[in-house]
Write a protein that binds this ligand. Structure first.
Ligand SMILES: Cc1cc2c(cc1C)N(C[C@H](O)[C@H](O)[C@H](O)COP(=O)(O)O)c1[nH]c(=O)[nH]c(=O)c1N2
Length: 245
């Protein structure tokens, strides 16, 4: 408890143009990476900065429910890959028959290629049973952990580190491999490594799986389903696939 909390207020003007552009560039050129990882190990100071960015994320009631389990051992990554492969075979069968070969052709993980994997977990008990802001929606601790992952993802982009999120697992299998206790939730399994190339648009878009939706169709005003009265200016085509791709 501080005597005068106002002493902690600092100036917070918008960024100068160059810094603003850098933030938007990180956001618009960030990609989910599955195959472009270089084998070079990530230096400790880089990993430290990425985790520091994740740990700076907002969290409900400031509960900071996350842990970051760093996985470098090839043996562990092999076991995780096998769990992925089993789940992925099941996943393929869940799609209509006509989409299965397209699904099979997609690379959906970089577990063995990326030199570092990070399993990001959420401890729902981190701040006791009653948490400020979580009182009426239990999902908030998981949402907070996702904010940490997004920070990590964007900081990675700025560092030249690609990140791919793999979620095609049975959580129980992953927990068994990694020794994660029952009461802890696995939120994200991330593959990280330096990249020197990234797709200029989501890989799923480039490969014809699904297109980006028009933002103006997703924005309502005052009431669900009601379009905003002032038309939204289309966002500059940053990170779009080259014509004809
Ligand atoms: C919660 C969650 C879970 C997953 C993903 C993302 C998120 C947010 N994504 C990546 C996803 O396919 C990708 O973000 C979109 O296709 C958009 O592409 P960019 O991230 O913009 O490159 C992802 N990709 C993949 O190849 N295998 C996977 O299991 C998952 N799982």
């Amino acid at each position: 408890m501080h005597d005068d909390p106002n002493e902690f207020l600092v100036r917070a003007a918008g960024f100068v143009e160059e810094d603003k552009a850098a933030v938007y560039r990180a956001i618009h050129t960030r990609r989910d990476v599955r195959d472009q990882f270089l084998p070079d190990p990530l230096p400790d100071d880089v990993v430290q900065r990425l985790l520091g960015a994740a740990h700076a994320a907002p969290s409900v009631g400031f509960m900071q429910p996350w842990n970051f389990l760093l996985i470098r051992s090839p043996g562990t990554r092999d076991a995780v890959w096998e769990a992925f492969a089993r789940a992925n075979a099941e996943a393929e069968q869940m799609f209509p028959e006509e989409r299965r070969s397209a699904y099979r052709a997609l690379k959906l993980e970089g577990i063995r290629k990326a030199p570092l994997n990070i399993c990001v977990t959420c401890d729902p008990e981190r701040a006791g049973p009653v948490v400020l802001g979580r009182t009426h929606d239990a999902r908030m601790d998981a949402f907070s952990t996702v904010c940490a992952i997004q920070n990590l993802w964007l900081a990675g982009r700025a560092e030249g580190v690609g990140l791919g999120w793999v979620s095609i697992f049975h959580e129980a299998e992953l927990k068994a491999i990694l020794g994660v206790p029952d009461r802890i939730q696995i939120i994200g399994y991330l593959c990280l490594g330096y990249v020197d190339e990234l797709y200029s648009a989501p890989e799923l878009e480039v490969k014809g799986w699904r297109q980006r939706l028009a933002l103006e169709d997703l924005v309502f005003e005052d009431h669900w389903g009601e379009r905003a009265s002032a038309p939204l200016t289309p966002v500059a085509a940053v990170g779009r696939a080259p014509q004809g791709s």
